[in-house]
Design a protein around this ligand. Structure first.
Ligand code: GLN
Length: 395
C-alpha cells in the first residue's frame, strides 16, 4: 500500500462527532454534539425558500458575497462599536471551523508556539497540529475556571505567535471578565502575539454576565483575529456559514488560504442569511431568553438527577462530575450512558490537556421536551448503573 501522510497522526478523530454517531446507533437523546433540534427563525427559512427560486446558485465572490459582508459588517459593527469595513476586514468561511484554521495558517510558521487554554474545544489541537504549531496549554482551573495566571505568564514568556481564546467558552461556559481580557491583551502586546478569538457564542450569555468583544478593547483591533459564525446565533449549524474579521494584512493572507481550501461558502445560503443578519435587537434578546430558560430547565434536571455540575455563564454546555461512579474512564462512562441510560454526552477528557476524566459534557440547545425526556432518563442513571471493569490502578 502507498504511504499515508504522517500529518494526521498527531491528532484523533473528533470525539464530539463520534458521540453523535454513538447516539444515532443507540437511540440515545443526543446531548453530545452542540446543535439545536428546533427550527431556525421562520423569516430565515422563508428567505431560503425565496433563494431557491431566484438564486444565486453559482459561486459567490470567494471571500464572501458583497451583500453578506455588508450586512455582517453592520451587525458586528453595531454590537462591537468598531468600524468594520466589509471590503478589507472580512473573510466569509465554511463555518468558524475554517475561519480558525485560516487564522492559524495566516499568522503561524511551523514550529511557532500557540497558547491554548485548557479545557478547550477539540478543534484547536488539530488546528495546531495541521499548521505545525506547538500548543502551549494554560489551565483554566475548575470548578470556576479561573485562569492560571502564573502558567499564562510563563507561556507568554516563551514567545508565542498567538493565543487562542474561546469566549464564551466551550466546554467551560466561562465568560471572560474584562480584567482577564485586558491582562491577556497586555501580555499579547508585550509578546507581540496575535489573539485569535472564537466568539461563536457571543449572543448566548446569561445574566448578569456580558460578552466583551476582544477586538473592541482599547488598541486591540490591530492584533485580533475574530472568528465567528451564524451557526449558533441563528440555529443553522448545517449551513456552515462562518467568518473571520481582522486587520487587512491578515485578511489578505486568509483570503488566499480560504480560496484554495474551499473557494467559498455556499452562495445561496449567504444570500438567504442576509435576512438574519438584518434582524433587530429583539431577536438577540429573544435568543438570550430562550437559552436562559433552557439553561435553568437543564440545571434543574441535573439537580434532580443528583449530578454535580458546572453552571455556565455563557454558551450551552455543562460539565457534570461523574467521579462518584468510579467508572473505568469517562469514555467508558459516556458510552455506557448512551447505551444503557439513553443519553449521549461527550467524555470530558477530550477537552482537557491535563489528565482529567471526572466529567462528561452535556449541551442544552434542545427543545424543552427533548431536555425533559433526557431528564427522565438521567433520573434512573443510578438505578441502572453497574460498575464496569475495574479501574486500572493509579488511573
Ligand atoms: N461546537 C459544537 C460542539 O462543541 C459542535 C462541534 C462540531 O461538531 N462542529 O459540540
Amino acid at each position: 500500500m502507498a504511504r499515508i501522510s504522517s500529518r494526521t497522526a498527531g491528532f484523533q478523530e473528533s470525539v464530539i462527532r463520534r458521540m453523535t454517531r454513538v447516539a444515532q446507533q443507540t437511540g440515545a437523546v443526543n446531548l453530545s454534539q452542540g446543535f439545536p433540534d428546533f427550527d431556525p427563525p421562520q423569516p430565515l427559512m422563508e428567505a431560503l425558500r425565496r433563494t431557491a427560486e431566484k438564486g444565486p446558485h453559482q459561486y459567490a465572490v470567494t471571500w464572501g458575497a458583497a451583500n453578506f459582508r455588508e450586512a455582517l459588517a453592520q451587525k458586528q459593527g453595531r454590537f462591537t462599536g468598531l468600524p468594520i469595513d466589509p471590503e478589507s476586514h472580512i473573510v466569509v468561511t465554511c463555518g468558524s471551523t475554517e475561519a480558525m484554521m485560516a487564522a492559524m495558517m495566516s499568522v503561524t510558521e511551523p514550529g511557532d508556539k500557540v497558547i491554548v487554554f485548557s479545557p478547550f474545544y477539540e478543534n484547536y489541537a488539530a488546528d495546531a497540529v495541521l499548521t505545525g504549531a506547538e500548543p502551549l496549554y494554560v489551565p483554566l482551573l475548575p470548578p470556576s475556571f479561573e485562569i492560571d495566571v502564573q502558567a499564562l505568564r510563563a507561556a507568554f514568556a516563551q514567545g508565542p505567535r498567538a493565543v487562542i481564546l474561546c469566549n464564551p467558552g466551550n466546554p467551560t461556559g466561562k465568560v471572560f471578565r474584562r480584567d482577564e481580557l485586558l491582562e491577556i491583551g497586555r501580555l499579547a502586546e508585550a509578546a507581540d502575539a496575535w489573539v485569535i478569538t472564537d466568539e461563536v457564542y457571543e449572543h448566548i450569555v446569561y445574566e448578569p454576565c456580558r460578552h466583551t468583544y476582544f477586538a473592541a478593547l482599547p488598541g486591540m483591533f490591530e492584533r485580533t483575529i475574530t472568528c465567528g459564525s451564524l451557526s449558533k446565533t441563528f440555529s443553522i449549524t448545517g449551513w456552515r456559514l462562518g467568518y473571520l474579521i481582522a486587520p487587512e494584512s491578515v485578511v489578505q493572507a486568509a483570503r488566499k488560504i480560504h480560496d484554495f481550501l474551499t473557494v467559498g461558502a455556499p452562495a445561496p445560503l449567504q444570500e438567504a442569511a442576509v435576512t438574519a443578519l438584518q434582524f433587530p435587537d429583539e431577536y438577540y434578546a429573544g435568543l438570550k431568553d430562550r437559552y436562559a430558560r433552557q439553561r435553568s430547565l437543564f440545571l434543574n434536571i441535573l439537580c434532580d438527577a443528583k449530578l454535580k455540575h458546572t453552571e455556565p455563564e455563557g454558551a450551552y454546555y455543562v460539565l457534570a462530575d461523574i467521579s462518584e461512579f468510579g467508572a473505568p474512564s469517562d469514555t467508558w462512562f459516556a458510552e455506557w450512558m448512551a447505551r444503557e441510560a439513553g443519553v449521549a454526552a461527550v467524555p470530558g477528557s477530550s477537552f482537557f490537556h491535563e489528565k482529567e476524566d471526572r466529567y462528561v459534557r452535556f449541551h442544552f440547545a434542545k427543545k424543552e421536551e427533548t431536555l425533559i425526556e433526557a431528564g427522565r432518563r438521567l433520573k434512573k442513571i443510578r438505578e441502572l448503573y453497574r460498575p464496569g471493569p475495574t479501574r486500572p490502578k493509579g488511573a
